[in-house]
Design a protein around this ligand. Structure first.
Ligand code: E4P
Length: 235
């Protein structure tokens, strides 16, 4: 499963790409607007940090297929390869998806709330569909089940589209998506950290440290390999 970060904050992206196995960045107009920055300077900055090899999902703002095609062209000129244009599903959005797919663009159909929206987007050529798990849970629907059924549909019809589950508030939601075969998740940097946190891990590491220091003091393996350089062995 691919882990993607759902933020446009330069500092957070920089920290996450150097710390976690991140496949890319997703943004939407809300996420971009939180940064209160020049749009083009911001997306160029993000591209510089994540490199060309990671996916960069940027949402279009046009409300007609023609405007979306023009926006996609502009964005490709600015961020280059590995751009995934995010398009909220709609009739104009599907029209744009088909045209962009034909022109070799990557498309992520977003704001997906139903299995049939996802299937339609996949048939139009979307590379990813992004169902909103937490927003579904919030209306007493079942976000994980919607994702599970979309995965099942894509498998049953041998579609190459993948599910990029989005809108998470808990690590448990992310875990459940991995258990139903979601291909990718986009999460906040905070959820990313929560996914690897466990107090027992911290206790274990504290115990290892105490046992080591009871015999070797503060010396590390590097210190012991070259005691003259560090001079801390056995302290
Ligand atoms: C993906 O990029 C979605 O736009 C995003 O995950 C939505 O998350 P929210 O429901 O927390 O706004």
């Amino acid at each position: 499963m691919l882990y993607i970060i759902d933020t446009a904050n330069i500092e957070k992206i920089s920290y996450c790409v150097s710390t976690f196995p991140i496949a890319g960045v997703t943004t939407n107009p809300t996420i971009i607007s939180r940064e209160k920055a020049d749009f083009f300077a911001l997306i160029k900055g993000i591209r510089d940090i994540i490199g060309k090899e990671r996916m960069f999902h940027i949402q279009l703002t046009g409300d007609t297929a023609d405007k979306m095609l023009r926006e996609a062209e502009i964005l490709r000129g600015v961020v280059g390869d590995n751009l995934y244009v995010k398009i909220p599903i709609s009739e104009e959005g599907l029209k744009a998806t088909m045209a962009l797919h034909k022109d070799g663009y990557h498309v992520t159909e977003t704001a997906i709330f139903t299995q049939q929206q996802a299937l339609m987007a996949a048939m139009a050529g979307a590379d990813f569909v992004a169902p909103y798990v937490n927003r579904l849970d919030n209306i007493v629907s079942d976000g994980v089940n919607v994702v599970a059924e979309i995965v099942e549909l894509f498998t049953r019809y041998r579609l190459s589209s993948r599910v990029l589950a989005a809108s998470f508030k808990t690590a448990e939601q992310v875990h459940k998506i991995s258990m139903v075969g979601g291909h990718a998740v986009t999460v906040s940097p905070e959820i990313l950290s929560t996914l690897i946190y466990h107090p027992l891990t911290m206790y274990a590491v504290d115990d290892f440290k105490a046992d080591w220091e009871s015999v070797y003091g503060k010396a590390t393996i590097c210190d012991m390999a070259d005691p003259q350089k560090s001079g801390t062995e056995g302290e």
